[in-house]
Design a protein around this ligand. Structure first.
Ligand SMILES: NC(=O)C1=CN([C@@H]2O[C@H](COP(=O)(O)OP(=O)(O)OC[C@H]3O[C@@H](n4cnc5c(N)ncnc54)[C@H](O)[C@@H]3O)[C@@H](O)[C@H]2O)C=CC1
Ligand SMILES: O=C(O)CCC(=O)C(=O)O
Length: 532
């Protein structure tokens, strides 16, 4: 959430509805579709948000030039034009609009199937050329034919529904499709080789990922039923275009309808020379309704995020609803503080973190924990690794083999609400707990199981000492002699004469030589400056 007016750039042709939403929500917006990559890199540094369709390539290089960028919004479904890994590493939220253009794209796939079955584009061109070639265009019926869906998610299932209405038999290959869902949709779940062997029409509806890339390889195309027809309204990289050309040219396949291509814009392709190929220029989502839907949705989602912290349809972070965002806000601050304290103490003692556990007690147990845990991780990791936020923290923790656990205890203990964070390193386990007081004021209540009640201050000094007479006087003198004012002073101990803690709020950072002096005092075990 920002304190200054956020600034958003729209770099692709989005419906003007998006511009209006941003303006209405009080966000500064620039609408500049068609910028060249170098031009975009030059200006992106000024923006908090970037809204795109598929033309803008949101690369690592672009994001490196965007220190203020917090969110990339994709007005559409596929995010293969966004380097999500780099965005996550830089703490940038990537959102899409998973439903707004699904019906439109499914309708396009059905339209392409009809176009293929009845050779409509060729017949139209011939008729307009005054040829009246009634005998040239002999089609096939869809009725009773088998349609094979590769990918049966949002779009695939709408295609299935429409195809069943056309009395086609629908079979689907999708490893994530449950038998129950398949039954509900009225489709038969099959393996890919079975689908290729049986389908008269094959239609692709998967995202382009490392797993799906080239899913219709030369071998897979060779296994398709002779005379089958292929429809691709998903992504070009799913199909081996050279192998498809050969299969169409040899007559193994009867036709293909392609909305998407390996390289776009596709202005030249051997496939364009074939009569039995129908092409559209990535028009799957191109209806007035779909474009209005995705533009409104992306602008609202981005505005919610920038103005309130609410997160919907993010690819790389847990959701936070608009209702939850204000309730979570004070807890975000609390976990940032206790996480930051744990991180600073860990950094000072130089231990490799093995595990981080976050416990939510009382009211805190009722909240949406995933974003809170992500914010707590960010708090811990920032002092160790630099700018970490709740987007990249879980990934960074995983990369470093840190085990992350959450627990909830619904009944309250001494405090109505409590969050306790425990960091386990090679050498120790250290926990810090905090609560929220009236007006959501964060309050530290426990360090290493020792009760210490303290407010957080921008500059603090954390000292552990032996609980013996003389420490407080010598410590106070050491600071006083250096002209350092103690703003707040809190003590806690495990047992009389045992380990003790002293937490001091200071008006400014403690100078190195004074810190060294404190560390040399008798009874002091360690002293760590903290900044929040
Ligand atoms: N031509 C166009 O203008 C448009 C194209 N699209 C493309 O359509 C794709 C699908 O969109 P939705 O259906 O909304 O996505 P979705 O996420 O709802 O469905 C994708 C389905 O693919 C399945 N899948 C994943 N890996 C698979 C694999 N290895 N083999 C088989 N199935 C696999 C998933 O389980 C999921 O059910 C998008 O990712 C996008 O690339 C989307 C909108 C417009
Ligand atoms: O924005 C567009 O026109 C393309 C839509 C698309 O490919 C998608 O939503 O994945």
């Amino acid at each position: 959430m920002l304190t200054k007016t956020p600034k958003v750039l729209i770099s692709d042709k989005l419906s003007p509805a998006a511009v209006q939403i941003f303006k209405d929500r009080g966000i500064e917006v620039d609408f500049r579709p068609g910028l060249k990559p170098a031009e975009l890199r030059e200006i992106i540094g000024a923006y908090d948000g970037l809204a795109v369709r598929s033309a803008t390539k949101v690369t690592r290089e672009l994001m490196e030039a965007a220190p203020n960028l917090k969110v990339v919004g994709r007005a559409g479904i596929g995010v293969d034009n966004v380097d999500v890994t780099s965005a996550t590493a830089r703490g940038i939220v990537v959102m899409n609009t998973p439903f707004g253009n699904a019906i439109t794209t499914a309708e396009h796939a059905i339209a392409m199937m009809f176009a293929l079955a009845r050779q409509i584009p060729e017949a139209s061109a011939s008729t307009k050329a005054g040829k009246w070639e009634k005998n040239r265009f002999m089609g096939v019926e869809l009725f009773g034919k088998t349609l094979g869906l590769i990918g049966c998610g949002n779009i695939g299932s709408i295609v299935a529904d429409r195809a069943i209405g056309l009395k086609m038999k629908v079979i689907a290959f999708d490893p994530f499709l449950s038998e129950k869902r398949a039954l509900d949709l009225g489709v038969e779940k099959v393996e890919l080789h079975d689908l290729l062997h049986r389908a008269d029409f094959v239609t692709l509806h998967t995202p382009l990922t490392e797993q799906t890339k080239n899913i219709l390889s030369r071998e897979a195309i060779a296994r398709m039923k002779p005379g089958a027809r292929l429809i691709n309204c998903a992504r070009g990289g799913l199909v081996d275009e050279a192998a498809l050309y050969d299969a169409l040219k040899s007559g193994h396949l009867a036709g293909a309808a392609l909305d998407v291509f390996e390289t776009e814009p596709a202005t030249d392709s051997p496939l364009f020379t074939l009569e039995n190929v129908v092409c559209t220029p990535h028009l799957g989502a191109a209806t007035a309704e779909a474009q209005e839907n995705v533009a409104l949705q992306v602008a609202d989602q981005m505005a919610d995020f920038l103005l309130t912290g609410a997160v919907s349809n993010a690819i790389n972070m847990p959701s936070v609803t608009a209702e939850e965002a204000p309730r979570l806000k004070p807890y975000m601050e609390l976990v940032r503080l206790i996480g930051g304290m744990a991180g600073q103490l860990t950094a000072a003692q130089d231990g490799a973190i093995k595990a981080i556990r976050v416990e939510y007690e009382g009211h805190a147990a009722e909240l949406n924990h995933r974003p809170l845990t992500a914010a707590a991780l960010a708090g811990v990791l920032t002092p160790l690794m630099g700018a970490v936020n709740m987007v990249n923290a879980p990934v960074l923790a995983k990369q470093r083999g840190i085990e992350v656990a959450e627990t909830t205890v619904e009944r309250s203990g001494e405090y109505q609400t409590l969050v306790r964070l425990t960091v386990t390193t090679d050498r120790y386990e250290k926990s810090i707990a905090g609560t929220l007081l009236a007006e959501n004021r964060p309050r530290l209540v426990e360090i290493k199981g020792i009760a210490v009640e303290a407010d957080f201050a921008p500059h603090m000094l954390y000292v552990t000492n032996q609980d013996k007479p003389g420490f407080i006087g010598r410590f106070g003198m050491a600071l006083a002699e250096a002209g350092i004012n103690i703003a707040t002073f809190h003590l806690g101990r495990a047992a009389p004469g045992g380990d003790a803690i002293c937490l001091v709020g200071l008006d400014g950072p403690i100078p190195e030589e004074v810190l060294a002096g404190v560390r040399r005092l008798p009874l002091v075990v360690q002293a760590t400056p903290l900044a929040f």
